[in-house]
Write a protein that binds this ligand. Sequence first.
Ligand code: ZN
Length: 278
Amino acid sequence: MSIIEYELNESVAIISLNRPERANAQNLPLLKELDAAYERAVADDAVKVIILRANGKHFSAGHDMAQKPEDGVGDLLGDVKENGLLRMYKWETKYYLGFARKWRDIPKPTIASVQGACIAAGLMLCWPCDLIVAAEDARFSDPVARMGIGGVEYHGHTWEFGARKAKEMLFTGGAIDAREAHRLGMVNRVVPRDELDSATLALAREIATMHPHALLMAKQAVNQTLDAMGQYSALQSVFSLHALGHANAQIVTGHPVMVGLSEMAKSIRETPTLKTEE
Ligand code: ZN
């Protein structure tokens, strides 16, 4: 059983996260195989649109905090006294910020199909996609501030729903549900859970009828506008703040995050849902 599934449905590549027993938490093999699946879809001229979806109840619980050396992580920190957090900084630059940026610029339309929990690094999988279709039970949160760090490695928050809501989400660690995410412009469509796959595929097929060259120019027009507004450099500078958060936690606690795994899981369970309207 592969950790990433790949299917070609006519002109649509469907990539599925396949770690449902771990709520599709992201370990290094999952990220590498996801990147390889994207590469495969990009290289195949038959593929016009790419869907990223997830098997199981939840889209993604974020980084797998229980990664083991056999996951290819090795000693993530190395000799901290000798090199500080240099090894971790390089690793997060490559596999978190680097992959997310690369995936934002995939030269074909991408659609994320999201159900259940999409926590912290889960956002780094759906935000770089061009469109997001969400099931009614989807909820989006970044509780990383509870670990003493100002947010996940890819700062999409402010771009996705503006400064005010971004701050509320980060300050409280609260979740935004699918309807609220749609109202804020972060999600394109909200559909019943049992219609998520069919609705996403229908949207992909509709887009696939367009000329690929026009789609690429349209995608680049929006992404280049975002970059002219400073998105590319902002992502880099906020990632540096994230790294500073790890360094600060290391100084205070001797670990690059402030709280342990069980405490973190408990705080996520108690995460409030942010709403501005009923
Ligand atoms: Zn980090």
